[in-house]
Design a protein around this ligand. Structure first.
Ligand SMILES: Cc1ncc(COP(=O)(O)O)c(C=O)c1O
Length: 318
C-alpha cells in the first residue's frame, strides 16, 4: 500500500502548479465504492462529501445548519467544541452509568428542546460501546419530527459488527453519517474524512466549503489507499481479536472493561486515581489515555508487543 501511495504522490507532484479538483469527484466516487464494499449499500457521488478529516466535516455541518446542537455525553469532545465555536448553544444529555443512551430521556429531550442538530457517536469515543440500530432509528425518527438533522459519527464503524446507520439513509433524509480514514485506514496524517447523506444536505456542504479545500496530494494519496481497502479487512480482524484478548486479560486482573466495538478499551476498577495510574504507566514507558472520566482510563489496541508491554506494566502496578 505504501508503494502505491508513494507512486500516486510522485505522479501528482508534477501537477502541483494546478488547483485540485474542487469537487473531489474521483475521491467521492471511490469513497462511495468503499461504502458499498463495506455495507452492500449503493450511494453515488451526490451522497458523499469529503474534507480534511471528519473534524472538518463536523465543523462544516455546524456551520451549514441552524439551531442548537445536542449530544449524549461523555462522547467525542469536538462535537461541543465545533458547535460552540460557531456560536451555537450546546445541550448535553448524559449517558447512563454503562455509557449507553437512555433512550426515553433522549427522545424526550429532542422533542422538548427541539435542537437543529443532534450528534450521536457510535461506537462511542471514549467508551467504545455501540448504539443498536433500533435506537438509532427511533432517534432519527424523533429528529425528523422536530426538523433536526441527526449526525451519526461513525469514526470507528469499521471495528464494529453493529448495523451502521447507513441503513437508515434511504428512509431518513435528515440523517448524516460521518466517517474517517484516520482510524481503520490508519491514515490520520493525510486528513481525510467524509460524510454520507441525502444529496440536499451534500449541496449545503458545497455552499459553505472553501474552494479547493482538499489538496491534490490528499486526494491522490487517499485514492491510492482506497484501492487497498480489502487488505485492511485482515488488519481490522486482527485488531478485533486483540481487543477481545486484551479485554479478557484486563478482566482477569480484576478490572471492569466497557464492552467495546472500537479500537480501544475503556476500563475501571483500579484503586489509584486515573491520573495516578496514568503517570505510573508513563514511568514504565507505556502511554495510554486519561480521558477525564474519574476512575477510568482508555487504552488503544496496539501491536501484540505493545499490548503485552502494557499488560506487563499494568500487572506490576496493580
Ligand atoms: C468519534 C470521533 N469522530 C471524529 C474524529 C476525528 O477524526 P479525523 O478528524 O481524524 O477524521 C475522532 C478522532 O479521534 C473521533 O474519535
Amino acid at each position: 500500500m505504501q508503494a502505491s501511495i508513494n507512486a500516486a504522490i510522485a505522479k501528482e507532484v508534477k501537477n502541483l502548479n494546478r488547483y485540485p479538483d474542487r469537487d473531489a469527484i474521483k475521491l467521492r466516487s471511490a469513497l462511495a465504492d468503499e461504502i458499498k464494499r463495506q455495507s452492500g449499500l449503493s450511494f453515488g457521488v451526490e451522497n458523499i462529501w469529503a474534507a480534511n478529516g471528519s473534524n472538518e466535516i463536523l465543523q462544516s455541518i455546524a456551520l451549514a445548519f441552524s439551531g442548537d446542537a445536542m449530544g449524549f455525553e461523555p462522547s467525542y469532545s469536538m462535537h461541543p467544541l465545533v458547535n460552540r465555536s460557531v456560536g451555537k448553544k450546546w445541550i448535553s444529555i448524559p449517558r447512563q452509568a454503562d455509557f449507553s443512551i437512555d433512550l426515553p430521556t433522549s427522545l424526550k429531550a429532542i422533542r422538548d428542546l427541539k435542537p437543529g442538530l443532534v450528534y450521536l457517536t457510535t461506537p462511542n469515543n471514549p467508551s467504545g460501546n455501540a448504539t443498536p440500530i433500533e435506537h438509532l432509528e427511533q432517534m432519527a425518527e424523533t429528529c425528523q419530527e422536530v426538523g433536526a438533522i441527526f449526525v451519526v459519527d461513525e469514526a470507528y464503524a469499521e471495528f464494529s459488527n453493529n448495523v451502521s446507520a447507513l441503513s437508515l439513509l434511504n428512509r431518513f433524509p435528515n440523517v448524516i453519517i460521518s466517517r474517517t480514514m484516520s482510524k481503520a485506514f490508519a491514515f490520520a496524517g493525510v486528513r481525510v474524512g467524509y460524510m454520507i447523506a441525502d444529496p440536499i444536505l451534500i449541496e449545503a456542504m458545497l455552499l459553505i466549503r472553501l474552494p479547493y479545500h482538499l489538496s491534490s496530494l490528499t486526494q491522490s494519496a487517499a485514492l491510492a489507499a482506497l484501492t487497498h481497502s480489502q487488505e485492511l479487512s485482515a488488519q481490522i480482524a486482527k485488531i478485533i481479536d486483540s481487543r477481545k484478548f486484551l479485554a479478557k486479560e484486563l478482566e482477569s486482573l480484576g478490572l471492569i472493561v466497557i464492552g467495546s466495538e472500537a479500537n480501544f478499551l475503556l476500563f475501571t476498577g483500579f484503586k489509584e486515581s486515573a491520573s495516578e495510574l496514568f503517570t505510573k504507566l508513563v514511568d514504565k514507558g507505556v502511554l495510554i489515555r486519561d480521558v477525564s472520566i474519574p476512575g477510568y482510563l482508555r487504552v488503544t489496541i496496539g501491536t501484540e508487543d505493545e499490548n503485552k508491554a502494557f499488560l506487563k506494566a499494568l500487572t506490576s502496578i496493580l
